[in-house]
Design a binder for this molecule. Structure first.
Ligand code: SF4
Length: 227
């Protein structure tokens, strides 16, 4: 077991009940510039928290080529008004190039391959220069995320993976957004509870969990970034 993995497992035990800001302060102090936040630009809560303990922190955003304009607008607003450095990752191929190689609307026919090409591989390349990355995963979002550790080991990438708001509820997020005036994607006020690529995201209905609008009607529930 590497020393980085040992560090992750020890921190996971020690920080399980720690407030989000304390978790991020530990990450910033421990990893410095080799720590980043990833954001889908659904909201800027974790980026905001991280910028309080590490002004200018790197915020990594995956531009799949399929985002809603509102998501790209949120990214631009975060870059303009927050004390962070937004880094936009793009897939090797444009959507048009992917269509030429695999045929149009790959997301309808083979969403796992589409996510691998447009999300998983770009993120792996983009995280190469970091030892630790933070996400906005929360346990209450869906059953697939119920066991999300606050600090864990990302064995696939060999990095420390941090979910500082894993124990938060939607009410906690809403309260933080209201208290700090944090930027949120306007689609959240338009019936979307979780925002991903436009072809694979729909509004949620009453009683559905937050991620029910992602790949609706398919067996797929995650893009592979967190598997
Ligand atoms: Fe492709 Fe949909 Fe995955 Fe986006 S969410 S990368 S469009 S399959």
């Amino acid at each position: 077991m590497s020393s980085l993995e040992q560090l992750a497992l020890r921190a996971g035990r020690e920080l399980e009940d720690a407030p989000a800001l304390e978790v991020l302060r530990w990450a910033a102090d421990t990893f410095g510039e080799r720590f980043c936040v990833t954001s889908s630009m659904e909201d800027a809560v974790v980026a905001h928290l991280a910028s309080r303990v590490r002004p200018g922190v790197d915020v990594v955003f995956l531009d799949t080529g399929y985002h809603f304009p509102e998501t790209l607008g949120t990214r631009d607003a975060v870059e303009a008004v927050m004390d962070v450095r937004v880094l936009t990752l793009t897939p090797v191929r444009t959507v048009a190039e992917q269509d030429s190689e695999h045929g149009p609307r790959l997301h309808d026919r083979d969403p796992d391959l589409c996510c691998a090409l447009r999300k998983v591989r770009p993120l792996e390349d983009g995280l190469a220069g970091y030892d630790a990355w933070a996400t906005g995963l929360r346990r209450d979002e869906s059953p697939t995320r119920a066991d999300t550790p606050v600090v864990g080991w990302d064995a696939r990438r060999g990095k420390v993976k941090i979910a500082p708001i894993a124990r938060w509820t939607q009410d906690d997020v809403d309260a933080y957004v209201a208290e700090h005036g944090v930027l949120v994607n306007p689609l959240l006020m338009d019936g979307y509870a979780s925002v991903g690529c436009a072809p694979c995201t729909r509004r949620v209905r009453a009683g559905e969990d937050a991620r029910a609008g992602r790949w609706a009607g398919l067996a797929k529930t995650e893009c592979g970034l967190h598997g």
